[in-house]
Design a protein around this ligand. Structure first.
Ligand SMILES: Cc1cc2nc3c(=O)[nH]c(=O)nc-3n(C[C@H](O)[C@H](O)[C@H](O)COP(=O)(O)OP(=O)(O)OC[C@H]3O[C@@H](n4cnc5c(N)ncnc54)[C@H](O)[C@@H]3O)c2cc1C
Length: 460
């Protein structure tokens, strides 16, 4: 990593000239706040630029190359892997004020937005026009679309609709050189040249600053219905998941929680079966009302056939809302209950989830940790919330995590389905990627950013 030059008074003046002094923050308290995301690591930037235009970013990045200071893009700081932490100081580039929905084109079924818009605001704005933007990370009311794109965020609806990447047709981005490019298209298809769009989306702010996005929209499904199935243990629940999918049903969410999680959020779960269930599946399906009613009934039968203790069809809207509240609340409760909390988000082939989860108790005993698992059963994405009673046991717990991640890879899975690598998972990258793959990826970074000024120290 090349050395960086601290920002001098002279450089500060040049930055203020480039972006306007009203966009620069130097107050100590604010710098500390901007140096955090939703994970554990923090690092104070030398200054923050709150940008409102791509031209400011172009000028800032040109200065960064000349004066050798790092620039770290930040959306709304809900990341869990330290991706927006300015670990070498320099400028923290906040995208929060670039938050306009530029247009919603009903006929073309696209929306053009700035990167700082909340995911939920996009959903609500397009909903008013009968359209749907499906990606739904649990942080949808606190995270930005730019951050979602940079991390290729996913959520419960992935099982039917896919991830953020599947809904970005095109972007405008400022490259580390300060030059602006467009990648992708405004149309439903396009195959001209290498796919730089797919390279920049998911690159965690290391290849370019996303300044505009063209989103693909689809018609809003007319109705949604829900079912909750209670199982004595996870093996039969996972059997039900694969059977549901194999028989041609495509729910828009299949979420699960293990017994430990159920105990933690039991006050929010509105069913008496939660007292005894080892796990439950929350299944939703959306579409035409007649079809989804039949569909959910058939999925209920499959769950009973696979060993469900009970199935509750179409709970009322209050109960449904509470189930989702519990699902969203669970990670916060885990984090608040233990001094040491490390979230991992592995993905396994569907048929291997139950086998993998079965090995967790042995691992808990061996490494002195307690693991809470919940997640998106429909796409194999398990949130492993790893905890311990004592922060001093961190080294031992990290050895346990390494053991688990190796096991995931051996079973054909991947170490992160949503949160990305950032800083916190850099050390695990060689577990999954070959030396040659890492070398090529570093070379790609070098082509985009030969001076390593954009979000250095992330991923590799
Ligand atoms: C309670 C909670 C629940 C969560 N649930 C989910 C979930 O279900 N699914 C999921 O995928 N994630 C989830 N996350 C993680 C997080 O919300 C996502 O990673 C989200 O996409 C980050 O968006 P952000 O605006 O907060 O970005 P930040 O945290 O600010 O940044 C994240 C990364 O994106 C880069 N970045 C941000 N904006 C830009 C830009 N305009 N151009 C280039 N790079 C940029 C940053 O450099 C950084 O590397 C959750 C987090 C929390 C706290």
């Amino acid at each position: 990593m090349p050395g960086y030059t601290p920002i001098t008074t002279d450089t500060l003046h040049k930055i203020e000239e480039a972006v306007g002094s009203g966009h620069v923050i130097l107050e100590e308290e604010k710098l500390i706040e901007y140096g955090k995301d939703s994970g554990e690591i923090s690092c104070k930037p030398e200054l923050v630029v709150e940008t409102t235009s791509s031209e400011q970013i172009e000028r800032l990045l040109r200065l960064a190359n000349i004066h050798r200071f790092p620039v770290t893009p930040r959306g709304l700081g809900t990341g869990l892997a330290g991706g927006s932490i300015p670990m070498y100081g320099g400028v923290l580039l906040s995208m929060a004020r670039m938050n306009r929905i530029i247009s919603i084109e009903e006929d073309n079924m696209i929306a053009t937005v700035e990167p700082g818009v909340l995911n939920l605001d996009i959903k609500e704005a397009v909903r008013k026009k009968g359209l749907f933007y499906p990606p739904d990370p649990a942080s949808l009311d606190t995270s930005s679309i730019g951050g979602n794109a940079a991390t290729n965020a996913g959520g419960p609806s992935c099982v039917k609709y896919g991830t953020t990447r599947d809904y970005i047709l095109g972007i405008e981005a400022v490259l580390p050189s300060g030059k602006k490019i467009k990648a992708g298209v405004n149309t439903r298809k396009g195959v001209v040249g290498y796919d730089l769009l797919r390279l920049i989306v998911g690159s965690e702010g290391t290849l370019g600053v996303i300044t505009k996005l063209t989103l693909k929209l689809i018609p809003h499904p007319p109705a949604v219905t829900t079912m909750v199935a209670f199982f004595p243990e996870l093996t039969s629940a996972m059997k039900a998941v694969t059977t549901v999918l194999m028989r041609g049903h495509i729910p828009c969410a299949i979420e699960f929680m293990d017994r430990k999680c159920i105990t933690l959020v039991k006050d929010l779960l509105p069913f008496e079966e939660m007292d005894t269930a080892g796990t439950f599946l929350l299944i939703e399906t959306d579409g035409n009302p007649d079809i989804i009613e039949r569909d959910i009934e058939m999925m209920g039968h499959i769950c009973l056939e696979c060993g469900a203790m009970n199935v509750i069809m179409a709970p009322d809207s209050v109960k449904r809302a509470r189930m989702w509240e519990a699902r969203r609340e669970v990670s916060l409760r885990i984090e608040n209950s233990f001094p040491l909390y490390i979230p991992e988000d592995v993905v396994l082939p569907l048929g291997k989830i139950a086998d993998f989860v079965a090995c967790l108790p042995e691992c808990e005993r061996a490494y002195g940790m307690k693991i809470f698992s919940f997640g998106h059963a429909g796409d194999g994405n398990i949130h492993l919330n790893i905890t311990a009673e004592d922060r001093k046991s961190r080294e031992r717990v990290e050895a346990g995590i390494k053991y688990l991640l190796k096991r995931v890879i051996k079973m054909g899975g991947t170490i992160s389905g949503e949160h990305g690598i950032g800083i916190t998972k850099r050390c695990y990258l060689p577990l999954e990627l070959s030396a040659e793959s890492i070398r090529m990826q570093k070379e790609i970074k070098g082509i985009f950013d030969p001076s390593f000024i954009l979000n250095p120290g992330k991923i590799f």
